[in-house]
Design a protein. Structure first.
Length: 261
């Protein structure tokens, strides 16, 4: 079995990457008894985690195919990416040397260029004695293989929502347009500054638009539920160049053969 450990910023990233993997013959692992024993040291044994009753248990989501087992770990923010890998490889009983792939997925930083964002996190990894890729979007030839993908495309500022918006323009164009109209109209309302704080962020309007689409499709559910259940990544969307680019990176990083091959 080939083991890959991927670290992402949030649960939407987990599900987006997971949906791509599922199109290539991977399946999600739900039951502990079905999980490769290699990953067992990553399963928290004590609740509440860190004594905090409200803190989300830091449990990766696992995907598996015939020859590959993948753990995708959401760390709730890019500042924790390097720290989380460092903590994981040091877990008692975890055979980290057997990991063949370590991958990082994060949003571009609007305050920095993509190159500057990459350099920052490459430095964080190196300071912790961890291997780092040399170029965003390019898989290293080291052991373990490493790669970093900066959403939306390793070139431009943006977030995962840029990819979701691109998919929505293909599969839900009319719904997307209504969501954009709502967002623009709501932005003109006389709201207090504290109510507008998220909207005023560089990606605020786009995140609201995507959230509106997802909430229509799966009312009251988190966006990642809609990503899992709805047609954001149908075959037509997988053919979009920017989505195909991400899928090709995952194939190269993990080393799996797509089901269509």
């Amino acid at each position: 079995m080939h083991y890959s450990y991927l670290v992402v910023e949030g649960p939407q990233d987990v599900e987006f990457i997971g949906r791509i993997l599922r199109t290539d013959a991977f399946h999600g692992v739900r039951l502990f008894d079905e999980l490769e024993s290699f990953w067992h040291p990553l399963i928290p044994r004590i609740f509440p985690h860190g004594g905090d009753l409200r803190k989300r248990v830091p449990l990766p989501v696992f995907f598996q195919s015939g020859e590959h087992s993948v753990a995708i770990h959401s760390v709730e923010g890019k500042d924790k990416l390097a720290t989380s890998v460092e903590e994981t490889v040091r877990l008692p009983g975890f055979r980290a040397v057997e990991i063949e792939v370590v991958g990082f997925f994060l949003d571009a930083d609007f305050r920095l260029s993509v190159a500057e964002t990459f350099a920052r996190f490459k430095g964080d990894l190196q300071q912790r004695g961890l291997r780092a890729p040399e170029t965003p979007g390019v898989v290293s030839g080291t052991t373990p293989r490493t790669g970093m993908y900066i959403f939306p495309d390793n070139e431009h500022p943006g977030t995962l929502e840029n990819l979701l918006d691109t998919c929505a323009d293909t599969v839900y164009p009319a719904l997307r347009e209504k969501a954009r109209q709502f967002t623009a109209g709501a932005a003109a309302l006389p709201l207090m500054d504290e109510d507008r704080s998220e909207f005023l962020k560089p990606s605020g309007a786009l995140k609201i638009t995507v959230g509106c689409i997802a909430n229509f499709l799966r009312p009251t559910r988190a966006i990642q539920v809609s990503i899992a259940d709805n047609r954001w990544l149908c075959n037509e969307c997988l053919a979009i160049p920017v989505i195909a680019k991400l899928q090709a990176f995952l194939k190269d990083l993990i080393g799996y053969r797509p089901s269509s091959a």
